[in-house]
Design a protein around this ligand. Structure first.
Ligand SMILES: NC(=O)c1ccc[n+]([C@@H]2O[C@H](COP(=O)([O-])OP(=O)(O)OC[C@H]3O[C@@H](n4cnc5c(N)ncnc54)[C@H](OP(=O)(O)O)[C@@H]3O)[C@@H](O)[C@H]2O)c1
Length: 214
């Protein structure tokens, strides 16, 4: 698969590396593709990946990964070119975190979500919210005491979600827990605040949510 990763932070690098290590053709992108973080990442892929601008990555991928700061994501999509997303699976890992005051909050929620905003901005793309409730260190080859939980995902397109299910299995997850249409991103994104509180209570940041039943 040709994969375009938008965002070169911890998430973009981890997922980009995961796709490279499974033989996919990855282009990782940044505002500064010649910057140290990106070139160091590239040097570790042993020539099996490439880097470029947001537009380069959006053109390159048949699958696109949004790994950008929530508050910058819509601008980054416009910079990358809305037309470059047409017909593609867009794996949306973003969270609408707002950093004002002493603790983080969300800049959208309850009656809307960043996932829905992205789907509205990209009506011809198939947006699937995934990976946003797990830490970057666990996104590929997850290691949890008791095994990895199903990944909670949301999106309007069934075929796109099936593709994400395949990617999850490639990355070592048991599969998805499909929460329905992209509207469910409201609650997937909100649960990130719960994830932060749980991490604070546990004193560690390698945790994830699991739905259990009798
Ligand atoms: N970190 C996690 O474990 C985790 C887990 C789940 C979900 N998420 C979500 O996944 C997304 C990515 O997380 P991250 O931790 O990798 O993000 P990040 O490091 O904060 O940002 C990713 C990259 O975006 C670029 N960037 C930053 N500000 C920008 C701006 N104003 N305009 C354009 N580009 C900008 C930067 O790269 P350049 O300077 O090279 O352009 C940065 O390396 C976020 O929405 C986050 O909430 C994170």
């Amino acid at each position: 698969m040709k994969v375009g990763v938008l965002g070169s932070g911890d998430v973009g690098q981890a997922l980009g590396r995961g796709f490279v290590n499974r033989g996919h053709d990855v282009k990782l992108s940044s505002r500064n593709p010649k910057g140290e973080a990106v070139t160091t990442w590239l040097s570790k892929t042993k020539g099996k990946a490439s880097t470029g601008t947001y537009a380069d990555a959006a053109r390159h991928g048949e699958v696109l990964v949004l790994a950008t700061p929530g508050s910058a994501t819509e601008d980054i999509i416009r910079t990358a070119g809305v037309a470059n997303f047409k017909g593609k699976l867009v794996i949306d890992v973003t969270n609408p975190l707002a950093f004002e005051g002493s603790s983080p909050g969300l800049f959208v929620g309850v009656t809307d979500s960043l996932g829905e905003r992205i789907q509205r901005l990209l009506p011809d793309a198939k947006v699937v919210k995934a990976f946003n409730t797990v830490p970057n260190t666990q996104m590929v080859d997850p290691k949890f005491a008791g095994g990895a939980p199903a990944m909670m995902i949301a999106g309007d397109d069934a075929a796109a979600k099936k593709k994400v299910a395949g990617i999850l299995k490639e990355f070592g997850w048991p599969g998805p827990l499909d929460l329905g249409g992209i509207q469910s991103a409201r609650w997937l994104e909100a649960s990130v605040m719960l994830w932060v509180l749980a991490g604070t209570a546990l004193g560690r940041w390698d945790h994830a949510f699991q739905v259990v039943h009798g």
